[in-house]
Design a protein around this ligand. Structure first.
Ligand code: APR
Ligand code: ZN
Length: 271
């Protein structure tokens, strides 16, 4: 289970961290309250604040960090049953985790739909308008086009129902970088069997780990990349992580990243 805290190391603010979180930095949009930016009623009254925010979060400006690549390595090793993420930045897909292993519970910026005629709008049209500070409109009926991110009050994608089959059979639950404040996502943490270890890697103890801890819970407080690095070392996967991140860096040469560079030790031929 992942939340915005796994993307802050990539430079994307989370929502609720005091001061740095998105919800403390929306003053310029003079919203009635921060969450309004993700509410349909406000969106239809005034879509500008949402699209200004969307431009700031344009996925093309960010890249996965070690946390995403750790989850990718779990998949490569055949150990990832499913990744349930609340994030809309799409960095899980960019890290190479296949869509079949992903549940993007709060939707995604990867696709967009006309709010009037419900036609799918090509991503490139949508982003061309957003990056040009225009409200994206449907080519056919001129209705406002909204990215397929889930606004408060909207139903979650059908794939979220996969939890009914996944959580009862999971033999380990990792909860990374989330405040576990938003339902129904947060309750997923209760759906694994009591014999299953639940590992929280987060700045703070949150949700069920605070108010209903279980005997086999493990809490690793602090920065998520640091916590993942510790886990990778304990697992003896440091070499494999370095190889994976080196390969990804070569695939996306623009993805020069301090976290990745610090991890990739120059091989003997390079030193
Ligand atoms: N390392 C570890 N923990 C971190 C880091 C980090 N680098 N950065 C942030 N965190 C922690 C914060 O302390 C917080 O507990 O991650 C959590 C992020 O919580 P939120 O900002 O509430 O984000 P999230 O849990 O994903 O929010 C859930 O709320 O508004 C909705 O739809 C939105 O999907 C979002 C949902
Ligand atoms: Zn339309």
């Amino acid at each position: 289970m992942a939340g915005a805290g796994i993307s802050t190391p990539s430079g994307i603010p989370d929502f609720r961290s005091p001061g740095s979180g998105l919800y403390s930095n929306l003053k310029q949009y003079n919203l009635p309250y921060p969450e309004a930016i993700f509410e349909l009623t406000f969106f239809f009254q005034n879509p500008k604040p949402f699209f200004t925010l969307a431009k700031e979060l344009y996925p093309g400006n960010f890249k996965p960090n070690m946390t995403h690549y750790f989850l990718r390595l779990l998949h490569d090793k055949g150990l990832l049953l499913r990744l349930y993420t609340q994030n809309i930045d799409g960095l899980e897909r960019v890290s190479g985790i296949p869509a079949s292993k992903l549940v993007e519970a709060h939707g995604t910026f990867a696709s967009a739909t006309c709010t009037v005629c419900l036609r799918a709008c090509p991503g490139e049209d949508f982003w061309a308008a957003v990056l040009a500070d225009r409200v994206p409109c449907c080519r056919v009926c001129t209705g406002i086009v909204k990215p397929d991110v889930v606004f408060f009050g909207e139903p979650l994608p059908e794939r979220f129902l996969l939890h009914v089959v996944d959580f009862p059979v999971a033999d380990l639950l990792l909860v990374l970088g989330t405040s576990l404040e938003v339902e129904p996502f947060a309750s997923l943490s209760e759906y694994v069997r009591h014999s299953v270890p639940r590992v929280l890697i987060n700045q703070a103890v949150v949700g069920t780990f605070a108010w209903q801890p279980r005997g086999r819970d493990v809490v690793q407080l602090g920065d998520v990349v640091h916590g993942v690095e510790k886990l990778v070392t304990l697992l003896g996967w440091t070499e494999e992580m370095q190889d994976l991140m080196r390969r990804e860096r070569e695939k996306h040469p623009l993805h020069q990243d301090s976290t990745i560079d610090s991890l990739i030790k120059p091989s003997s031929s390079e030193s």
